[in-house]
Design a protein around this ligand. Structure first.
Ligand code: AQP
Length: 346
């Protein structure tokens, strides 16, 4: 069996309104994994343009996600932080994967169905091929582990399917070129922690999302203390007191979500939250949650604002990261080209 060196890759789209779900579902895990792995964290700007983005806003948002990474504790010196469009291996490998993946696989993706809506014919071709580019993002580095939120599980499964099909379709060539029995690893998703799916503050059955038209549905990482407190105060709840056991959260999606957010921010279990607040009304719980959220997110938002005041510095982080990412991806892409049978410049 071909052995692959452990490596972490993940990405965040610069589509505005970076929120608590992105933070707890993904970025917190990105930070933790730095201790144990070589990590590559990417601002996936090519994914962002699968739906229309205003160009000036897009540049600002690329810098904002970079600032969020750094403010949350990602070290761009020890690890690699860059934006996708600066490393052409992503686009080149995505094309090859477009020819490996099947249209039927893409059509089944729930994110495509959700984002394309009823007017599928009018969606961009890029939106349909999104998971193929995502597989290229990951496999251009032969990444073995990808920390993501729940919503990305299906795309990660598709990445494994593409890797598996490439390994099978080109098995003889892979072996002939000395790569053993597999060119690509079957990447493992890391969907961990108590907050893999944070829900909207307005509707506990919908995920918290950047594109929700209501700003009250999410806590943005750039929200100030007043905005955070106001959004939590206005968050939808039911009329009952909090239960004493997690069983009692079943069928109460809004209560479950707020308790989950408290648990994730405090680094404790939902049961521990209920040990403290069980039997109390939301009128008592919400101010405690708001204080905790301000305490945890306030410094990140402040640091993001400080970093955003110096765009030149952020651009330098991205340029350095891109050079290092390119140095890892280039030989991997060259190997793919050899395996496929392309002739390349030496
Ligand atoms: N609500 C969420 N709870 C937990 N994790 C979440 N993630 C997103 N929403 C939640 C995770 O954040 C990472 C970055 O997401 P993304 O920006 O690449 O794309 P997304 O999943 O499409 O994010 P949004 O916020 O919902 O954006 P829109 O509205 O544009 O679709 C991923 O690891 C994701 O799982």
């Amino acid at each position: 069996m071909t052995e692959f060196q452990p490596r972490v890759f993940s990405g965040v789209q610069p589509t505005g309104n970076l929120h608590l779900g992105n933070y707890l579902g993904a970025i917190v895990n990105f930070v933790a994994l730095q201790e144990s792995h070589d990590c590559i964290y990417c601002v996936v700007d090519m994914h962002a343009i699968t739906v229309w983005q205003d160009p000036t806003e897009l540049s600002r948002q690329i810098r904002e996600v970079t600032a969020a990474f750094v403010a949350a504790g990602i070290d761009p010196v020890k690890h690699v932080v860059f934006n996708q469009s600066q490393v052409s291996a992503h686009a080149e490998l995505a094309w090859i994967f477009n020819c490996v993946a099947r249209i039927g696989w893409m059509n089944r993706m729930t994110q495509f169905k959700d984002k394309a809506g009823k007017d599928k014919e009018n969606a961009s071709l890029g939106l349909l091929a999104y998971p193929s580019l995502m597989a290229a993002d990951i496999l251009a580095y032969k990444a073995t582990h990808v920390p993501v939120g729940e919503d990305q599980k299906q795309h990660l499964e598709l990445t494994r399917d593409i890797a598996q099909k490439f390994n099978n379709d080109y098995a003889a060539s892979i072996a002939a070129h000395g790569y053993g029995d597999a060119y690509f690893p079957l990447t493992e998703p890391l969907i961990t922690g108590p907050a893999t799916r944070i829900m909207s503050l307005r509707d506990g059955t919908k995920k918290m999302s950047k594109s929700d038209p209501s700003d009250y549905s999410r806590i943005n990482l750039t929200d100030d203390a007043d905005a955070i407190a106001q959004k939590i105060r206005k968050a939808k709840t039911d009329a009952d007191a909090l239960p004493s056991e997690t069983e009692g959260l079943k069928g109460r999606p809004e209560a479950d979500n707020l308790v989950g957010i408290y648990a994730a921010l405090a680094g404790i279990s939902k049961q521990q939250v209920l040990d403290q607040f069980g039997g109390q009304q939301f009128s008592a719980f919400k101010p405690a949650l708001a204080d905790l959220a301000v305490q945890k997110l306030g410094p990140i938002g402040a640091e993001m604002r400080r970093l955003m005041a110096d765009p030149g510095h952020i651009d330098q982080i991205l340029a350095n990261g891109a050079l290092r990412a390119d140095a890892i991806a280039r030989p991997i892409l060259d190997g793919v080209k050899d395996v496929v049978g392309f002739i390349r410049r030496n």
